[in-house]
Design a protein around this ligand. Structure first.
Ligand SMILES: [Zn+2]
Length: 248
């Protein structure tokens, strides 16, 4: 029985060995760190090699992707394929329409490549969907993606239900302590379709900086409180979700 942090950015934290020790002391045994560009993908791989608790997810964040040429994106995808043995998922990828003047069509084109990559490698895909929630879901459905985790999902409730109907996963971030949206997800979404995440260094449960994987315990506590289950039962259910979706 163990705590799992399904989404964080370890490379953004200082003193990582201390962060891992804190996580161990809190019972966190699986930490998925995300790459968001060429540089952080390599850092994620190095961290996964260094620490047994850390597993790497590689991808290109939608905003970072727009700064790259198509050729650079394709070569990063080739790099990810070449390192498939050392990773557990594709992420963080998706679309972000927060800024008005952003190129939606190019984001769609790039995201489609990453969805295809996750299907080809038969790996889960971890999605960023800020202000593009419906568009992300539509594209994932069109591509028949199955192993989908919608990270920090802030879309409308009918979209939460659509994700649920598709058999995909949602997360309970540590900011569930303050967020009604995440409380509703923790309360309503079937436990068999949930993970917990810290999104460290972001989303600290007490709104301070930085967040770290040890705080994942706060998500599990809140989930247990809202669902009226024991923390142990919550841990077991989420561990089973992990074993079902991930190969390693
Ligand atoms: Zn993230």
């Amino acid at each position: 029985m163990t705590y799992i942090d399904i989404h964080c950015h370890l490379d953004l934290l200082e003193n990582i060995s201390q962060v891992i020790e804190n996580a161990n002391n809190s019972g966190v045994e699986i930490i998925l760190t995300q790459g968001i560009n060429a540089e952080t993908n390599r850092k994620a791989l190095a961290l996964a090699k260094e620490y047994k608790e850390v597993k790497a997810c590689l991808g290109i964040y939608p905003i970072d992707a727009l700064k790259m040429t198509d050729k650079e994106i394709d070569s990063e995808i080739a790099f990810i394929k070449a390192n498939k043995k050392y990773i557990v998922a594709i992420g963080e990828v998706g679309m972000d329409f927060k800024e008005d003047d952003i190129d939606h069509e190019r984001q769609k084109k790039i995201f489609t490549k990453f969805i295809a990559l996750s299907i080809e490698l038969d790996m889960p895909i971890i999605i960023h969907s800020r202000k593009a929630e419906k568009e992300c879901i539509e594209l994932l459905e069109k591509c028949n993606a199955m192993k989908v985790i919608m990270h920090c999902f802030c879309g409308k409730w009918k979209l939460v239900e659509r994700i649920q109907k598709n058999g995909w996963f949602l997360t309970v971030p540590t900011s569930v302590t303050k967020s009604e949206q995440f409380q509703a997800i923790a309360q309503e979404v079937p436990l068999a379709q949930l993970f917990c995440e810290t999104d460290s260094p972001y989303l600290h449960p007490d709104k301070i900086w930085p967040n770290e994987p040890a705080n994942i315990v706060r998500s599990y506590l809140e989930l247990a409180r809202l669902r009226k289950i024991s923390v142990e039962d919550g841990r077991e259910i989420i561990r089973n979700n992990y074993l079902k979706l991930f190969k390693k």
